[in-house]
Each structure stands twice: as C-alpha cells, then as structure tokens.
Design a protein around this ligand. Structure first.
Ligand code: CO8
Length: 257
C-alpha cells in the first residue's frame, strides 16, 4: 500500500487544501508525493463545490526540494521515465492554486511554489535554488520562473551562488504577493482563497488563464488573447447577474456559468 504523503482538508467553503506531509524529510518531494499532489488537485478541480486550492507544507518547511536520498542513485533515463519530472499536470489545473509558504522552499520546493498562481509567505519563508551544490541544476522551472519573477541578476546569484531569498526580499521582488507572521499566514491564505472562491467561476478561470499567458506571450498577442477571454465573459449568465446586481444594489448570486 502506498503511504499517504499529503493531507487534504476543506478549511472554508469553496477552499481545498493540499498539505505536503513528510515532516521527517522537510517535505522532500518524490514521485509518489507529487502524484498524490496532482491527483488531489485534479479531484478538487473537478469538484463543483471548490473554487480555489492551496498547497502548503509545515511552518518549518514548505518543501526542501526533491528527495536527494532517492535521486542519488537515479540516472537520466529513470528521471525521464518517472512522471515526477512532468509537472504539466499542475499547469492544466483550471482553478486558482495558492502556495502558502513557510520555512524552506528550496529546489523543487521553490519550483512547486512558483508553479502555483499566487504565493503567500510567512515571515520565516526562505526561497532558494541550491541545486548547483549537488552538481545539478533546477529542472522544474527554476531558471525560467524565478528569472521572470526577480530578474536576471538576482536569479543568477540565487542559482549560481546559492543565495537564499528572505520573505521580505521575495515580497520586494514580486515573487510573493503577501507576507504574514508565521502564526497567521495559513489563515490569511485561506481568507484570500475564500475570497477567490466566492467570485464567479468562469471569470476567475478566464482571468487566471490570461494572466498566466502574460508570462509567455509578446504583449500584442497577450492583448489579443485577453480580448478574446474578455468577450467570452459576455457569454456567461454571471455577467448579466453581476451587472444587474450592481444596478439593483444587491449581492450577486453566482451560477458559475
Ligand atoms: N532530500 C531528502 N532529505 C532531505 C532533504 C532533501 N531535499 N532536505 C532535508 N532532508 C532531510 C535531512 O536529510 C534530514 O533527515 P535525517 O534527519 O534523516 O538526516 C531531515 O530532512 C532534516 O534535515 P536537516 O537535518 O538537514 O535540517 P536542517 O534544519 O539542519 O537544514 C536544510 C535544513 C537547510 C533545508 C537542509 O536540510 C538542506 O540543505 N536540504 C537540502 C536542500 C536542497 O539541496 N534542495 C535541493 C534538492 S535538488 C532539487 O530540488 C532538484 C529539483 C528538481 C526538480 C525536478 C523535478 C521534476
């Protein structure tokens, strides 16, 4: 039987939490754990009662990277065959996913957090890509996503000189949207997730989609892409409801269609 390496909970209506749960290894990531994370996210993505998801770890470690004890004997072919290296399942999640990060977010842990749509940190969060010290390099988006988030000079120092970024530095660079005390960061992440979950689902989906495209497309194509998503929102029942509710000075009743 496979160990359960994650915990799931619904801390507020519409909010689902996937908690990494390998405390003895500071939540080091392996294939089994990642499959459990992706399976849980996909199940919540298909659950009509859920509007937003949170990935988190412990106060001490979001995740200290891929499991070095497992990787030490792994060759390139084994890495390629194991879908541990294929995180495209996360990119296909439609609903917003928040990373609530406290303590270590290193290597694959930092990459997992950056693969989420928005990052919330505790004051103790430390972000790093220390792979160079193991004779390897980031392999799940570190060189691409961190560079886009913090710029080339900082990214070079983080990945070549193993500089860890504090929560305050991550906030200043725009890598995370908010920093809270360690005692409250998770509750604050749940509040933000609940706010997102309370919004009309189709608009949320199309906004997330368009923002993520901003990282990939040239501006003119991104603007065209946004415009198509914008027109799509005018096909929804929630568009009529949202505007009618505003005019009638009442709360909107979303149908998510
Ligand atoms: N893998 C396996 N075990 C780990 C890992 C890890 N990444 N990190 C910590 N542990 C284990 C330790 O071995 C230790 O176990 P034990 O008690 O059995 O010896 C336990 O967790 C506690 O760790 P420490 O005693 O080291 O705790 P400290 O508080 O002293 O230090 C650190 C915390 C600084 C986080 C330290 O543990 C550390 O440096 N960890 C390794 C960080 C690292 O190098 N991460 C990068 C890994 S490589 C990677 O992530 C590549 C990603 C590629 C992704 C591709 C996928 C597609």
């Amino acid at each position: 039987m496979t160990d359960t390496l994650i915990l799931t909970e619904i801390p507020a209506p519409g909010v689902a939490v996937v908690r990494l749960n390998r405390p003895e290894a500071l939540n080091a990531l392996n294939g089994v754990l990642m499959r459990q994370v992706f399976d849980a996210l996909e199940a919540f993505d298909h659950d009509d009662t859920i509007g937003c998801m949170i990935i988190t770890g412990s106060d001490k470690a979001f995740a200290a990277g891929a499991d070095i004890k497992q990787m030490v004997e792994t060759d390139a072919v084994a890495m390629m065959r194991d879908d541990f290296t294929d995180w495209s399942r996360l990119r296909r999640i439609i609903k917003p996913v928040i990373a609530a990060v406290s303590g270590w977010a290193l290597g694959g842990g930092c990459e997992l957090a950056m693969s989420c749509d928005l990052l919330i940190a505790s004051e103790t969060a430390k972000f790093g890509q220390p792979e160079v010290g193991l004779g390897i390099m980031p392999g799940a988006g570190g060189t691409q996503r961190l560079t886009r988030a913090v710029g080339k000079a900082v990214a070079m120092e983080v990945m070549l000189a193993d500089r860890k970024l504090t929560a305050a530095e991550a906030l200043a660079a725009g890598l995370v949207s908010r920093v809270f005390p360690v005692e409250t960061y998770f509750d604050e992440a749940v509040k933000i997730a609940a706010k997102i979950a309370s919004q009309p689902g189709i608009a949320v989906r199309l906004i997330k989609d368009a923002i993520n495209k901003a990282e990939e497309l040239p501006l003119s194509e991104g603007l065209d892409y946004e415009k198509r998503n914008f027109y799509l929102t005018f096909t929804t029942e929630d568009k009529r409801e949202g505007m009618s509710a505003f005019i009638e000075k009442r709360a909107a009743q979303w149908k998510h269609r």
